[in-house]
Design a protein around this ligand. Structure first.
Ligand SMILES: [Mg+2]
Length: 396
C-alpha cells in the first residue's frame, strides 16, 4: 500500500487530515480547534509521505518527526500519525488499540473537560455555581477541572490580584508574584468549589502557567487538606516551549498536592527529565501535540515505571481526536486516571461523524468500540455541506 495524497480541510474550527492510499483505504486525524493556521503546515509534510506504506507507521514518522516542535507545531505531525494508525487499523481489520498492544480496559474514564458554562465572575460564589453546573452535567463526570489563577479571569477581575502587569492582553503571557490578597482569593474559590464537589467528584485545577515558584509552593501546601486531584501547569504549560523540570521538581517535593503538567510537550525526549527526576506526580500529554498515539503510549509506560500518573489533555481535540484518545487510553497501563473530554465545536460535528456511542459518556466512562481503525467515519454527504470553497475536493 502506498500513500497517494495528504489532504487537509478546516472543518468547523478543527484542521482535519486525510491520508489517501492506492488501495482505497483512507485515514483521518485531527488537530485542536481554533488552529486553522495549521493547514499549510500540515500540507508541508506531503512530499515526505507520498509513496510510503502508511501501515509502517513508525517508518513514516521517522521522516517527519524531526520536523515538528512543541505546541502548536507538533500538532501537524501528531494528526498525521493518527491518520496513519487509522489506515493501519482499517488495513488489518482491527481497532487501533490492538495495534498499540491491546486494550487494558473496556471502558475509558474521562474528566471534564469540554462541557463548560460561562463564568459570571471570579468570586468564590461564582466558582461554586459554575462547578455545580458541571457536576450536574449528563456525562456524570467523576472528575471536574476548573481554571484558577493565571488560567482564569482573576488577574483582571480580582483587584490587586498580583504585582505584575495585566496590560499585555491574553491571559497566558502574564507572569508575576501574587499578592497575599490574590493568594487568599484563590484559596477561597477552591474551598467554595470543594464544598460543592465534596468527595463525590474529584476537583482538578488548571492554574497557569505564570506562577512564581514561591507562590506555587504556598498554594500547593495551603490546598493539602482539600485533596484536590491535581494542580496543572502552575509554572510552565499551554504554549510554553520549554519544561523547567528542576523548578517543577522543587514544587513537587515541597507538597503532597499532586502537581501536573505536559499538555504542550512534544516527544518522549522532552518528557524525560520530568519523568526521570520525578518532577511532577501526573503528566498530561495530548495525543494531538505529543507526536501521536504511539508516542503517548510510550510516555505513559515510562511514567508508570517512575510512579507518575497519566491524565491526558484533549479538550480541543474534536471528535476524531476523541476517537484517538479512546483508542490509546484503552491501552495505557494502570497509572491512567482519565483523559480530558472534548466536545464538538461547532455542535454540528455530531451530525457528520458516525460510530461514536450514544450517549458518548455514561457515568464518566466511554465504552471502547471495536470497529477497525479509529472506528469512526464521516457521513460524507452531510459533511460536504460544511466544506469551504477551497476544501471542496477533500473527500475525493
Ligand atoms: Mg491545561
Amino acid at each position: 500500500m502506498k500513500i497517494t495524497h495528504l489532504k487537509c480541510a478546516i472543518i468547523g474550527e478543527n484542521p482535519v487530515v486525510r491520508i489517501v492510499t492506492d488501495e482505497g483505504i483512507d485515514g483521518y486525524g485531527e488537530a485542536e480547534n481554533t488552529k486553522t493556521y495549521l493547514k499549510p503546515h500540515i500540507l508541508f509534510y506531503q512530499p515526505y509521505l507520498l509513496g510510503e506504506d502508511p501501515t509502517n507507521v513508525e517508518r513514516v514518522m521517522l521522516k517527519i518527526r524531526r520536523l515538528g516542535s512543541f505546541k502548536p507545531w507538533g500538532s501537524a505531525v501528531s494528526a498525521i500519525e493518527m491518520a496513519l494508525w487509522d489506515i493501519a487499523g482499517k488495513a488489518a481489520g482491527v481497532p487501533v488499540y490492538k495495534l498499540l498492544g491491546g486494550k487494558v480496559r473496556d471502558k475509558v474514564r474521562v474528566y471534564n473537560g469540554g462541557v463548560r458554562f460561562k463564568m459570571k465572575g471570579s468570586s468564590p460564589q461564582d466558582y461554586a455555581e459554575n462547578v455545580a453546573l458541571m457536576k450536574e452535567a449528563k456525562e456524570g463526570f467523576s472528575i471536574i477541572k476548573q481554571g484558577i489563577g493565571f488560567h482564569s479571569q482573576m488577574p483582571w477581575q480580582v483587584p490587586d490580584f498580583f504585582y505584575g502587569d495585566i496590560s499585555s492582553g491574553a491571559p497566558h503571557p502574564n507572569r508575576g508574584p501574587l499578592t497575599e490578597r490574590g493568594l487568599k482569593h484563590i484559596i477561597a474559590c477552591v474551598e467554595a468549589m470543594k464544598a460543592v464537589t465534596g468527595d463525590e467528584v474529584g476537583l482538578a485545577l488548571d492554574c497557569g502557567p505564570g506562577w512564581m515558584l514561591t507562590d506555587a509552593i504556598r498554594l500547593a501546601k495551603a490546598l493539602e487538606p482539600l485533596n484536590v486531584m491535581w494542580l496543572e501547569d502552575l509554572l510552565t504549560g499551554d504554549y510554553t516551549p520549554y519544561v523547567l523540570a528542576d523548578v517543577y521538581r522543587e514544587l513537587t517535593q515541597s507538597t503532597t498536592t499532586p502537581i501536573h503538567t505536559g499538555e504542550q510537550i512534544y516527544l518522549r525526549q522532552n518528557f524525560r527529565e520530568l519523568i526521570e527526576r520525578h518532577a511532577v506526580r501526573i503528566i498530561g500529554p495530548d495525543p494531538a501535540d505529543i507526536g501521536g498515539l504511539a508516542e503517548l503510549k510510550w510516555v505513559a509506560e515510562y511514567a508508570d515505571l517512575h510512579g507518575i500518573l497519566m491524565a491526558p489533555h484533549g479538550i480541543f481535540d474534536g471528535l476524531i481526536g476523541l476517537a484517538a484518545l479512546v483508542q490509546v487510553c484503552a491501552t495505557l497501563p494502570q497509572n491512567y486516571i482519565a483523559f480530558e473530554y472534548p466536545v464538538a465545536r461547532p455542535e454540528w460535528w455530531y451530525e457528520i461523524i458516525t460510530g461514536l456511542p450514544d450517549p458518548i459518556v455514561k457515568n464518566s466512562l466511554i465504552d471502547v468500540w471495536d470497529r477497525p481503525g479509529l472506528g469512526i467515519a464521516f457521513d460524507i454527504p452531510k459533511a460536504k455541506k460544511y466544506l469551504s470553497a477551497e476544501d471542496q475536493d477533500f473527500f475525493e
